[in-house]
Design a protein around this ligand. Structure first.
Ligand code: ZN
Length: 229
């Protein structure tokens, strides 16, 4: 407890002298409840925090984003893997666009399992691989949610699959296992570029991807109490 107090005082001193107030709580700008199997889209300003909360546990959050200034720039798993020289993303990583600009930084990750390899689910996946017609998919979720921003289905890039448990094996194959996320676990991104973001609570219920039971996500957009100076 004593350590926490001294850290807070130190931050205040560093910012504006001994009289500065300790940072207050981050200001909640918006809260979006995404039902299991559905999606949403929203704007996120540079400096804002985007929290993705796994409300019930074992739920994957497919995540795509476009630069607000130019829709030909988007968050790219390929460029992020190349920049990180890693097949997953962890706290401290900056996620890059196809133009090699940092768009988000992971600042908190309670689960510690993120997939940046696999494609999103789409209607062909359910029809061709499972023989199911009319199943909701991450691609249809993104298409519906991004339509108001003039973004078409073909423009949607490969997603970051936060909370997805795709362990990479020594022979370089990878798995698809039940996520380890527990109710209330969250991943927090710091937005580095004004962006249009879409999140899908993946509807996949025919394999372990979401514990065979798609469940809701909560999105919270916050203004940090002490933004970058
Ligand atoms: Zn999906």
């Amino acid at each position: 407890m004593g350590d926490e107090a001294s850290v807070a005082a130190g931050q205040a001193d560093g910012a504006a002298g001994p009289a500065a107030e300790a940072p207050g709580p981050d200001l909640l700008r918006r809260e979006i409840l995404i039902p299991g199997g559905h999606g949403a889209a929203f704007a996120a300003r540079a400096g804002q925090l985007v929290e993705i909360i796994d409300l019930e546990g074992q739920q994957v959050a497919d995540f795509v984003a476009f630069a607000e200034r130019n829709r030909t720039e988007w968050l790219s798993t390929t460029h992020t893997r190349s920049a990180l020289l890693r097949l997953t993303a962890v706290v401290g990583d900056r996620l890059e666009s196809n133009w090699r600009h940092p768009m988000f930084e992971i600042v908190r990750d309670d689960v510690g399992r993120n997939d940046i390899i696999t494609s999103m689910c789409d209607d062909r996946r359910y029809r061709l691989d499972y023989g199911v017609e009319g199943h909701r998919s991450c691609r249809t979720n993104f298409t519906e949610a991004l339509e108001p921003w003039g973004i078409a289905e073909w423009q949607i890039p490969d997603p970051f699959n936060f909370f997805q448990n795709a362990p990479i094996h020594p022979d370089r194959t990878f798995g698809n296992e039940i996520p380890t996320g527990k109710a209330g676990d969250k991943l927090v991104l710091r937005t580095l570029m004004d962006s249009i973001v879409s999140v899908s609570a993946c509807p996949q219920d025919l394999n372990p991807c979401n514990g065979f039971h798609p469940s809701p996500l909560m999105i919270r957009i916050l203004e940090p109490s002490r933004g970058p100076s």
